[in-house]
Design a protein around this ligand. Structure first.
Ligand SMILES: Nc1ncnc2c1ncn2[C@@H]1O[C@H](COP(=O)(O)OP(=O)(O)OP(=O)(O)O)[C@@H](O)[C@H]1O
Ligand SMILES: [Mg+2]
Length: 258
């Protein structure tokens, strides 16, 4: 379980100023849940993921995983971040092999698994390409495969499908749901797309404009396994999407009225 207890974060910025990015966030995410975070640009979604990933130490409060305070990154929490960094000197295969090799999985065994993941993200045939030879969306898919390859129990995904074309995006949503339904990893998923959040999640967290606070948490009570084509026709699905879009609009109106 991930527990975020009264977490605030203030960034020191240039010229003696500081910026409150997160204000008193308290959350519990049970093992195996798929949770999405929605909110306006700059509300602190990435910062919250960095804190849970152990890359940023919050200036207030504490984040825990399985009861232990998070003090740094760990193999239990796998990040797929907005500013993904592939190893430029490694091929696609080399990048995805990195995690399993670090975990001392024998090369032949790792390679079978890694080639399957590369195929899953639609990059079969590109195993020997270097990152600079790939498009932005292709690099993002390598980053997703690389994280999945070391099999963390918690996936921290920061707009992982944001840069992808609609077709690839839909495919990867389905693949991610299949993986999740099989392995029941805990997924924390940041997105700007309300329909994507409803389609994938058990819970959707809506954050306010900066400084980010939790505005509402909505349970998505739709049966699984979910099929996109069926859901699009389902009134309950449509109602969730509309209700959440309204909530996000409200966030803007509140701000304008101040
Ligand atoms: N390293 C940093 N130094 C100073 N301020 C920062 C830093 N990183 C983020 N911020 C500020 O903290 C706030 C939250 O940033 P964050 O990247 O978490 O937002 P976000 O919700 O992920 O936005 P987006 O949807 O655009 O990705 C922003 O106002 C940003 O300017
Ligand atoms: Mg962000």
């Amino acid at each position: 379980m991930i527990a975020v207890e009264n977490v605030s974060h203030r960034f020191e910025t240039s010229g003696r100023q500081s910026h409150l990015a997160l204000d008193d966030i308290t959350l519990e995410i049970t093992d195996g849940a798929f949770v999405s975070i929605l909110g306006p640009s700059g509300c602190g979604k990435s910062t919250l993921l960095y804190i849970i990933g152990g890359f940023v130490k919050p200036t207030g409060g504490v984040a825990r995983v399985q009861g232990r305070a998070i003090t740094g990154p760990g193999p239990d929490r796998g990040p797929v971040f907005q500013e993904f960094a592939l190893f430029p000197w490694k091929t696609v295969l080399g990048n995805v092999m990195y995690g399993p090799r670090q975990q001392r999985i024998p090369r032949a065994e790792a390679e079978v698994q890694v080639r399957r993941l590369i195929d899953m993200v639609g990059l079969k045939g590109y195993e020997n390409f270097y990152p600079k030879e790939l498009s932005g969306g292709m690099k993002q898919r390598v980053a997703i495969a690389r994280t999945l390859a070391y099999n963390p129990s918690v996936l921290l995904m920061d707009e992982p499908f944001g840069a992808l074309d609609a077709h690839t995006r839909t495919r990867l949503q389905n693949d991610l749901l299949n993986i999740w339904e099989r392995d029941r990893k805990t997924v924390l998923f940041v997105t700007h797309a309300v329909d994507e959040a409803v389609f994938l999640s058990d819970k959707v967290i809506v954050m306010t404009r900066s400084p980010g606070r939790i505005k509402t948490i909505i349970d998505i009570d739709l049966p699984r396994p979910r099929k996109r084509a069926e859901l699009l026709l389902d009134a309950r699905y449509q109602n969730y999407v509309v209700a959440i879009e309204r909530l996000i609009d409200d966030t803007g109106i509140d701000e304008a009225a101040r």
